[in-house]
Design a protein around this ligand. Structure first.
Ligand SMILES: N[C@@H](CCC(=O)N[C@@H](CS)C(=O)NCC(=O)O)C(=O)O
Length: 155
């Protein structure tokens, strides 16, 4: 499975654990907040991405990107869209209240949500307008680290 990281003696899998590790190692106190309320606010959104947002959109991705058109199941696609859209409404309302997922500054929580939005908005669907989510995503896209990740097509 991917991703996997080897960093000296550390070997890790699970994408969000890798994000936590890299933020703790290279951005302790910023991307990996020191204060427990801020850290666990970020942690909460990362777990929500893994447990709720990612599974909701997975079938739409598999149907539209990984399945031949003649083998697609419109009901599976519709169910995935129906599960995902209310979650995007939650994100849009959340980001209407604050600039980043865990408050005023970029943290580790923004990374998996941005990757998820890259996947969702890369799908050939009629996307509902999510102005606050879109504004936040544009900021994520402008980060140097986004190049090669958020600005590449789905495959
Ligand atoms: N929860 C894991 C999921 C990892 C995962 O599903 N990886 C997929 C690619 S996104 C994979 O390696 N698939 C290859 C396979 O299943 O053989 C994570 O976030 O890292």
């Amino acid at each position: 499975m991917v991703p996997l990281i080897e960093d000296d003696a550390v070997q890790l899998w699970e994408s969000n654990v890798i994000v936590r590790y890299l933020c703790a190692r290279h951005s302790s106190g910023r991307m990996y907040p020191d204060a427990l309320p801020a850290r666990f606010d970020a942690e909460r959104w990362m777990d929500w991405q893994q447990a709720t947002l990612n599974p909701a959109g997975r079938d739409a991705f598999l149907q539209l990107v990984r399945t031949l058109p003649e083998r697609r199941d419109p009901q599976v696609l519709a169910a995935s869209i129906a599960q995902t859209e209310p979650l995007l409404a939650i994100l849009d309302a959340h980001l209407a209240r604050q600039p980043f997922m865990a408050g005023a500054h970029l943290t580790m929580a923004d990374i998996p949500i941005a990757c998820e939005m890259h996947r969702w908005w890369g799908l050939p669907l009629a996307h509902a307008e999510r102005p606050h989510l879109r504004r936040w995503y544009e900021k994520m896209l402008a980060l140097p680290a986004a190049h090669g990740a958020l600005d590449v097509p789905l495959s």
